[in-house]
Design a protein around this ligand. Structure first.
Ligand SMILES: [Zn+2]
Ligand SMILES: [Zn+2]
Length: 418
């Protein structure tokens, strides 16, 4: 079984870490336990140049970091080289049916040569040199047509489909159906990325999504955020295997998810006004912020309920759908156990590295390691939190209007009001 994180960014995207270089992506993928990693940002010429220097072909359509560039890791768990697949995200901003649409699309390609060819075509349309995730005035329908014309084996996946501001079904500037966006090309869309603020169960309540593969990726803007969400694939290790897994669900065994409450746009509200509300409360206020009296940012839960089939109640299980696991990144679990607010603190980092050295990669620790071992190498407090996590009984102070949600691990502490 392979774990794949297909949507990430390089240091050439806006507001991303300078550490997003091939060597550190490989290193962090091994630390996390990711077998197949998207390169991100294939449209950017300088990033493609770096990838060509740093990577070498592995199985058909996949790459590995050149051996001599690999950074050694202590501990016996990181032998297998990470496979890279060419990926990138494009932001389309355009007018359709009388409204401004802002939609992000994830594209996977079978090799760097296809990335060269597609980028050349996109260069004629807009600026792909200033941002690793370029903004183009190109209708998604036309982007899909162009992508398939250049590379019929490309995989085109609408990204984080519920994000309010930049997505296919987003409340602010998306569409109400997939057909409205892609029209006669809709059959070429086979997979949808559910994003951090929604999990498959929320998507199962919408019958018009039943036939799509629901996949999950980290959309990482720094190496330590890799694998926040990922896909479990039982496939032959090749681009073709990946294609069949993502597009047809052949060997797509499930996804690893954020708890949607942790996502930045789960509930409704106004961050600057300190207002965080459930969809039913928002409805009672007609969407107006009680502090500043302007329209609130409607979250992903609200938007999915708006388009859901009322007959599919909360907890509806879609027959045949693949399962999912909900996790919290280990640095956050450690931070919570130490009572520190930042998962990036030095103390958290030290304990994190110590646990990896003795217990294996992060997914292994979160999903498989015995609680006794976690307690012994880490602390009892960490083990207790991972137990709660595995039982799925974490309560939340939910994310809203761009602020991440926070887990509440203490049994005795009631969930916050919002
Ligand atoms: Zn995006
Ligand atoms: Zn407000």
């Amino acid at each position: 079984m392979y774990i794949a994180d297909l949507h990430i960014h390089s240091r050439y995207s806006m507001a991303t870490s300078r550490d997003l270089i091939p060597e550190l992506l490989d290193l962090w993928a091994r630390k996390k336990g990711i077998h197949i990693l998207g390169t991100g940002d294939f449209t950017h010429p300088a990033w493609r140049r770096e990838l060509k220097e740093a990577l070498e072909p592995a199985e058909a359509g996949l790459y590995t970091l050149k051996q001599e560039r690999s950074i050694p890791l202590e501990g016996g768990f990181f032998k297998e080289p990470v496979r890279f697949v060419v990926s990138g995200e494009i932001s389309s901003i355009y007018k359709k049916n009388g409204r401004i649409r802002k939609v992000h699309s994830l594209i996977l390609l079978p090799d760097l040569a296809a990335a060269d060819t597609l980028s050349l075509k996109l260069e004629a349309i807009g600026n792909i040199r200033s941002d690793g995730r370029p903004i183009l005035g190109l209708d998604c329908h036309d982007l899909l047509a162009l992508t398939l014309e250049v590379c019929p084996d490309a995989i085109y996946i609408p990204a984080h489909i519920w994000t309010p501001h930049f997505s296919l079904l987003g409340a602010r500037s998306g569409f109400d159906s997939i057909e409205e966006c892609f029209e006669e090309l809709t059959p070429f869309i086979r997979a949808l990325e559910t994003g951090l603020s929604s999990n498959p169960a929320m998507n199962w309540r919408l019958p018009f999504l039943d036939s799509f593969q629901l996949i999950s990726n980290s959309d990482a803007h720094s190496p330590s955020k890799l694998g926040r969400e990922a896909n479990l694939l039982d496939i032959p290790l090749s681009y073709e295997g990946l294609y069949n897994g993502i597009q047809e669900g052949k060997g797509l065994m499930g996804t690893i998810e954020f708890f949607p409450e942790e996502g930045k746009y789960f509930y409704d509200g106004h961050r600057k006004c300190g207002i965080c509300l459930s969809p039913s409360y928002t409805r009672s206020l007609k969407g107006i912020c009680p502090v500043c009296h302007k329209r609130m940012t409607l979250g992903v839960l609200n938007r999915t309920l708006e388009l859901a089939d009322p007959k599919r109640k909360e907890g509806f299980l879609l027959p045949g759908a693949h399962p999912f696991e909900s996790l919290i990144p280990l640095p956050e679990v450690i931070a919570s156990s130490l009572g520190v607010s930042s998962s990036g603190s030095v103390r958290v980092g030290r304990l994190y590295e110590e646990m990896l050295k003795h217990l294996g990669n992060e997914f292994k620790i979160l999903r498989e390691a015995s609680l006794d071992d976690i307690g012994r190498v880490g602390t009892k407090e960490i083990a207790r939190r991972i137990q709660i996590l595995r039982e799925g009984t974490v309560t939340w102070s939910p994310g809203f209007d761009g602020a991440y949600g926070k887990p509440i691990f203490d049994f005795t502490e009631p969930a916050s009001m919002c």
